[in-house]
Design a protein around this ligand. Structure first.
Ligand code: ATR
Length: 289
Protein backbone atom coordinates (compact mmCIF):
# COMPACT_ATOMS: atom_id res chain seq x y z
CA UNK A 1 0.00 0.00 0.00
CA UNK A 2 2.90 2.34 -0.70
CA UNK A 3 1.62 5.72 -1.80
CA UNK A 4 3.54 8.45 -3.50
CA UNK A 5 4.58 11.09 -1.00
CA UNK A 6 5.94 14.42 -2.21
CA UNK A 7 6.13 18.09 -1.28
CA UNK A 8 2.38 18.51 -1.61
CA UNK A 9 1.30 15.61 0.59
CA UNK A 10 -1.27 16.44 3.28
CA UNK A 11 -0.44 14.91 6.65
CA UNK A 12 -3.17 13.33 8.78
CA UNK A 13 -2.89 11.19 11.88
CA UNK A 14 -4.25 9.68 15.04
CA UNK A 15 -3.48 11.21 18.43
CA UNK A 16 -3.88 8.67 21.21
CA UNK A 17 -2.26 6.51 23.85
CA UNK A 18 -1.82 3.71 22.94
CA UNK A 19 -2.17 3.79 19.13
CA UNK A 20 -0.44 0.56 18.06
CA UNK A 21 -3.61 -1.37 17.27
CA UNK A 22 -5.45 1.30 15.32
CA UNK A 23 -7.27 0.45 12.08
CA UNK A 24 -7.59 4.13 11.11
CA UNK A 25 -4.45 4.33 8.93
CA UNK A 26 -5.80 1.48 6.80
CA UNK A 27 -9.13 3.25 6.27
CA UNK A 28 -7.81 6.73 5.51
CA UNK A 29 -4.91 5.63 3.33
CA UNK A 30 -7.20 3.36 1.31
CA UNK A 31 -9.70 6.20 0.88
CA UNK A 32 -6.85 8.42 -0.39
CA UNK A 33 -5.76 5.69 -2.78
CA UNK A 34 -9.29 5.10 -4.09
CA UNK A 35 -9.90 8.83 -4.50
CA UNK A 36 -6.40 9.61 -5.80
CA UNK A 37 -5.95 12.27 -3.11
CA UNK A 38 -2.44 13.18 -1.96
CA UNK A 39 -2.83 12.63 1.80
CA UNK A 40 -1.12 10.26 4.21
CA UNK A 41 -2.38 9.12 7.65
CA UNK A 42 0.00 8.02 10.40
CA UNK A 43 -0.19 7.07 14.09
CA UNK A 44 0.82 9.95 16.42
CA UNK A 45 1.57 8.46 19.81
CA UNK A 46 1.18 11.20 22.43
CA UNK A 47 2.21 10.46 26.02
CA UNK A 48 0.10 11.75 28.92
CA UNK A 49 1.17 15.31 29.72
CA UNK A 50 2.06 16.13 26.13
CA UNK A 51 -1.41 16.69 24.72
CA UNK A 52 -1.38 20.49 24.67
CA UNK A 53 2.03 20.66 23.00
CA UNK A 54 0.89 17.99 20.52
CA UNK A 55 -2.01 20.20 19.40
CA UNK A 56 0.25 23.27 19.19
CA UNK A 57 2.72 21.15 17.26
CA UNK A 58 0.07 19.88 14.87
CA UNK A 59 -0.85 23.49 14.05
CA UNK A 60 2.78 24.58 13.75
CA UNK A 61 3.62 21.62 11.50
CA UNK A 62 0.65 22.40 9.26
CA UNK A 63 -1.03 19.03 9.61
CA UNK A 64 -4.35 18.89 7.76
CA UNK A 65 -6.19 16.92 10.39
CA UNK A 66 -6.03 14.47 13.23
CA UNK A 67 -8.34 12.06 14.89
CA UNK A 68 -8.25 11.85 18.66
CA UNK A 69 -8.79 8.64 20.57
CA UNK A 70 -8.53 7.17 24.06
CA UNK A 71 -7.77 8.74 26.53
CA UNK A 72 -7.87 12.25 25.02
CA UNK A 73 -11.30 12.81 23.44
CA UNK A 74 -12.54 15.05 26.27
CA UNK A 75 -9.17 16.25 27.53
CA UNK A 76 -8.31 17.79 24.16
CA UNK A 77 -11.26 20.19 24.13
CA UNK A 78 -9.66 23.14 26.01
CA UNK A 79 -6.80 23.23 23.48
CA UNK A 80 -9.02 23.81 20.44
CA UNK A 81 -10.00 27.17 18.94
CA UNK A 82 -13.55 26.19 18.00
CA UNK A 83 -15.75 23.20 18.72
CA UNK A 84 -18.77 22.12 16.73
CA UNK A 85 -22.11 22.20 18.59
CA UNK A 86 -22.70 18.41 18.41
CA UNK A 87 -19.21 17.72 19.79
CA UNK A 88 -19.89 20.15 22.64
CA UNK A 89 -23.13 18.32 23.48
CA UNK A 90 -21.42 14.94 23.32
CA UNK A 91 -18.57 16.35 25.40
CA UNK A 92 -15.91 14.73 23.23
CA UNK A 93 -13.90 15.49 20.09
CA UNK A 94 -12.64 12.71 17.83
CA UNK A 95 -11.73 14.81 14.78
CA UNK A 96 -9.66 18.01 14.49
CA UNK A 97 -9.34 20.07 11.32
CA UNK A 98 -6.36 22.47 11.27
CA UNK A 99 -7.00 25.46 9.08
CA UNK A 100 -5.43 28.95 8.90
CA UNK A 101 -3.52 28.31 12.10
CA UNK A 102 -6.61 27.28 14.05
CA UNK A 103 -7.83 23.94 15.37
CA UNK A 104 -11.50 23.08 14.81
CA UNK A 105 -13.02 20.17 16.76
CA UNK A 106 -15.76 17.79 15.64
CA UNK A 107 -17.27 14.50 16.74
CA UNK A 108 -17.99 11.99 13.98
CA UNK A 109 -18.67 8.98 16.25
CA UNK A 110 -22.41 9.56 16.55
CA UNK A 111 -22.92 10.18 12.82
CA UNK A 112 -20.68 7.19 12.09
CA UNK A 113 -22.91 4.96 14.21
CA UNK A 114 -26.01 6.43 12.58
CA UNK A 115 -24.63 5.67 9.09
CA UNK A 116 -23.85 2.12 10.20
CA UNK A 117 -27.44 1.70 11.49
CA UNK A 118 -28.84 3.11 8.24
CA UNK A 119 -26.78 0.66 6.21
CA UNK A 120 -28.34 -2.15 8.28
CA UNK A 121 -31.77 -0.53 7.78
CA UNK A 122 -32.29 0.03 11.49
CA UNK A 123 -34.79 2.84 12.09
CA UNK A 124 -34.57 4.75 15.38
CA UNK A 125 -37.51 7.12 15.16
CA UNK A 126 -40.25 6.26 17.65
CA UNK A 127 -38.37 3.25 19.07
CA UNK A 128 -37.69 2.44 22.72
CA UNK A 129 -33.95 2.04 23.06
CA UNK A 130 -31.66 0.81 25.78
CA UNK A 131 -28.08 1.98 26.25
CA UNK A 132 -25.83 -0.32 28.25
CA UNK A 133 -23.09 1.72 29.93
CA UNK A 134 -22.82 5.41 30.77
CA UNK A 135 -19.32 6.47 29.69
CA UNK A 136 -18.25 8.69 26.81
CA UNK A 137 -19.44 6.28 24.13
CA UNK A 138 -22.85 5.94 25.80
CA UNK A 139 -23.22 9.69 25.89
CA UNK A 140 -22.73 10.03 22.13
CA UNK A 141 -25.18 7.18 21.50
CA UNK A 142 -27.77 8.86 23.77
CA UNK A 143 -27.45 12.19 21.94
CA UNK A 144 -27.65 10.48 18.57
CA UNK A 145 -30.83 8.62 19.69
CA UNK A 146 -32.47 11.80 21.00
CA UNK A 147 -31.55 13.60 17.81
CA UNK A 148 -33.18 10.82 15.79
CA UNK A 149 -36.38 11.18 17.83
CA UNK A 150 -36.54 7.81 19.54
CA UNK A 151 -39.38 7.35 22.05
CA UNK A 152 -37.82 6.45 25.43
CA UNK A 153 -34.15 6.01 26.20
CA UNK A 154 -33.32 3.56 28.99
CA UNK A 155 -29.79 3.73 30.36
CA UNK A 156 -28.49 0.82 32.38
CA UNK A 157 -25.23 1.18 34.25
CA UNK A 158 -23.41 -0.16 37.29
CA UNK A 159 -22.80 3.40 38.57
CA UNK A 160 -26.23 5.02 38.45
CA UNK A 161 -24.91 8.60 38.96
CA UNK A 162 -23.14 8.46 35.60
CA UNK A 163 -26.38 7.43 33.89
CA UNK A 164 -28.17 10.29 35.69
CA UNK A 165 -25.63 12.75 34.24
CA UNK A 166 -26.43 11.62 30.71
CA UNK A 167 -30.15 11.84 31.51
CA UNK A 168 -29.66 15.50 32.54
CA UNK A 169 -27.78 16.44 29.38
CA UNK A 170 -30.26 14.74 27.06
CA UNK A 171 -33.37 16.07 28.79
CA UNK A 172 -31.93 19.61 28.86
CA UNK A 173 -31.51 19.57 25.08
CA UNK A 174 -34.25 17.27 23.76
CA UNK A 175 -37.85 16.30 24.27
CA UNK A 176 -36.89 12.68 24.95
CA UNK A 177 -37.50 10.91 28.25
CA UNK A 178 -34.48 9.13 29.75
CA UNK A 179 -35.06 6.38 32.31
CA UNK A 180 -32.17 5.14 34.43
CA UNK A 181 -32.17 1.47 35.48
CA UNK A 182 -29.90 -0.93 37.30
CA UNK A 183 -28.88 -4.23 35.65
CA UNK A 184 -31.45 -6.00 37.86
CA UNK A 185 -34.29 -3.63 36.99
CA UNK A 186 -33.75 -3.57 33.23
CA UNK A 187 -34.79 -7.22 32.84
CA UNK A 188 -38.32 -6.18 33.97
CA UNK A 189 -38.66 -3.68 31.08
CA UNK A 190 -40.55 -5.30 28.22
CA UNK A 191 -40.77 -2.47 25.71
CA UNK A 192 -37.12 -2.40 24.58
CA UNK A 193 -36.68 -2.61 20.81
CA UNK A 194 -33.04 -1.70 20.17
CA UNK A 195 -30.16 -2.15 22.65
CA UNK A 196 -26.70 -0.56 22.34
CA UNK A 197 -23.80 -2.17 24.20
CA UNK A 198 -21.28 0.65 24.83
CA UNK A 199 -18.99 -0.75 27.54
CA UNK A 200 -15.70 -2.54 26.95
CA UNK A 201 -17.12 -5.73 28.50
CA UNK A 202 -16.63 -8.62 26.07
CA UNK A 203 -13.85 -6.94 24.13
CA UNK A 204 -10.82 -9.05 23.12
CA UNK A 205 -9.23 -10.77 25.05
CA UNK A 206 -12.17 -10.99 27.53
CA UNK A 207 -14.48 -12.52 24.94
CA UNK A 208 -16.37 -14.65 27.44
CA UNK A 209 -17.87 -11.68 29.32
CA UNK A 210 -21.20 -9.93 28.80
CA UNK A 211 -22.79 -7.07 30.75
CA UNK A 212 -26.22 -8.76 30.63
CA UNK A 213 -27.69 -12.18 31.30
CA UNK A 214 -29.93 -14.23 29.01
CA UNK A 215 -33.16 -12.78 30.40
CA UNK A 216 -32.23 -9.30 29.09
CA UNK A 217 -33.23 -9.90 25.48
CA UNK A 218 -36.97 -10.73 25.71
CA UNK A 219 -38.77 -8.59 23.08
CA UNK A 220 -35.74 -6.95 21.54
CA UNK A 221 -35.56 -6.56 17.76
CA UNK A 222 -31.93 -5.39 17.38
CA UNK A 223 -28.81 -5.71 19.52
CA UNK A 224 -25.96 -3.36 18.57
CA UNK A 225 -22.48 -3.71 20.07
CA UNK A 226 -19.94 -0.90 19.58
CA UNK A 227 -17.16 -3.49 19.91
CA UNK A 228 -15.78 -4.92 16.63
CA UNK A 229 -13.17 -7.32 18.06
CA UNK A 230 -14.34 -10.05 18.45
CA UNK A 231 -16.69 -9.92 15.48
CA UNK A 232 -19.43 -11.43 17.63
CA UNK A 233 -19.26 -10.54 21.33
CA UNK A 234 -20.96 -12.64 23.97
CA UNK A 235 -23.61 -9.89 24.13
CA UNK A 236 -24.29 -10.41 20.41
CA UNK A 237 -24.20 -14.22 20.43
CA UNK A 238 -26.70 -14.15 23.32
CA UNK A 239 -28.90 -11.88 21.22
CA UNK A 240 -28.65 -14.14 18.16
CA UNK A 241 -29.54 -17.21 20.25
CA UNK A 242 -32.64 -15.35 21.44
CA UNK A 243 -33.77 -14.52 17.91
CA UNK A 244 -32.55 -10.91 18.04
CA UNK A 245 -30.86 -9.34 14.98
CA UNK A 246 -27.29 -8.16 15.58
CA UNK A 247 -24.87 -5.46 14.43
CA UNK A 248 -21.28 -5.03 15.61
CA UNK A 249 -19.08 -1.91 15.76
CA UNK A 250 -17.10 -2.30 12.55
CA UNK A 251 -19.47 -0.04 10.59
CA UNK A 252 -19.32 2.70 13.22
CA UNK A 253 -15.52 2.59 13.13
CA UNK A 254 -15.49 2.80 9.34
CA UNK A 255 -18.11 5.52 8.91
CA UNK A 256 -16.71 7.83 11.62
CA UNK A 257 -13.50 7.73 9.56
CA UNK A 258 -15.38 8.50 6.33
CA UNK A 259 -16.99 11.56 7.95
CA UNK A 260 -13.63 12.78 9.33
CA UNK A 261 -12.03 12.33 5.91
CA UNK A 262 -14.83 14.39 4.35
CA UNK A 263 -14.35 17.23 6.87
CA UNK A 264 -10.58 17.42 6.31
CA UNK A 265 -10.80 17.39 2.52
CA UNK A 266 -14.02 19.36 2.14
CA UNK A 267 -15.54 16.70 -0.07
CA UNK A 268 -18.38 14.23 -0.13
CA UNK A 269 -16.98 10.77 -0.93
CA UNK A 270 -18.90 9.06 -3.75
CA UNK A 271 -21.17 6.24 -2.57
CA UNK A 272 -19.44 3.58 -4.69
CA UNK A 273 -16.03 4.40 -3.18
CA UNK A 274 -17.49 4.22 0.34
CA UNK A 275 -19.19 0.86 -0.33
CA UNK A 276 -16.19 -0.67 -2.05
CA UNK A 277 -13.69 0.50 0.61
CA UNK A 278 -16.03 -0.72 3.37
CA UNK A 279 -16.24 -4.24 1.98
CA UNK A 280 -12.44 -4.35 1.53
CA UNK A 281 -12.08 -3.13 5.13
CA UNK A 282 -14.33 -5.89 6.48
CA UNK A 283 -12.26 -8.47 4.58
CA UNK A 284 -9.05 -6.89 5.90
CA UNK A 285 -10.23 -6.97 9.53
CA UNK A 286 -11.92 -10.37 9.64
CA UNK A 287 -10.32 -12.51 6.92
CA UNK A 288 -6.71 -11.39 6.93
CA UNK A 289 -5.26 -14.23 8.98
P1 ATR B 1 -16.03 4.90 26.98
O1 ATR B 1 -15.52 6.30 26.75
O2 ATR B 1 -15.47 3.88 26.03
O3 ATR B 1 -17.50 4.84 27.05
P2 ATR B 1 -15.70 4.97 29.84
O4 ATR B 1 -16.09 6.39 29.82
O5 ATR B 1 -14.54 4.54 30.68
O6 ATR B 1 -15.39 4.43 28.39
O7 ATR B 1 -17.01 4.12 30.26
C1 ATR B 1 -16.94 2.75 30.52
C2 ATR B 1 -18.34 2.17 30.73
O8 ATR B 1 -18.23 0.76 30.86
C3 ATR B 1 -19.01 2.65 32.00
O9 ATR B 1 -20.41 2.66 31.79
C4 ATR B 1 -18.64 1.55 33.01
O10 ATR B 1 -19.53 1.39 34.11
P3 ATR B 1 -19.37 2.34 35.40
O11 ATR B 1 -19.85 3.71 34.99
O12 ATR B 1 -20.26 1.72 36.42
O13 ATR B 1 -17.92 2.32 35.75
C5 ATR B 1 -18.73 0.34 32.13
N1 ATR B 1 -17.93 -0.77 32.64
C6 ATR B 1 -16.63 -1.00 32.40
N2 ATR B 1 -16.24 -2.14 33.02
C7 ATR B 1 -17.32 -2.63 33.65
C8 ATR B 1 -17.59 -3.80 34.45
N3 ATR B 1 -16.63 -4.68 34.71
N4 ATR B 1 -18.85 -3.99 34.91
C9 ATR B 1 -19.83 -3.11 34.65
N5 ATR B 1 -19.64 -1.99 33.91
C10 ATR B 1 -18.42 -1.76 33.42
Amino acid sequence: MMQRINGLTNVLGLIGHPVEHTMSPWIHNNLSKALDINSVYVPLHVLPGNLESAIKGAKALNLLGTNVTVPYKTQVMPYLDEIDEKALQIGAVNTIHYKDGKAYGYNTDAIGLLMSLQKAQIVLKGKNVCIIGAGGAARSVAIMCANEQVNNIYIVNRTLEKAEEIKKIVEANYDTQVIVKSYEEITEVNELEIAFQTTSIGMYPNTNESPVSNNFYNNLEWAVDLIYNPKETKFLSGARENGVKTLNGIGMLFFQAVKAYEIWHGISIPEDVVTDTFSKFITHVYNSD
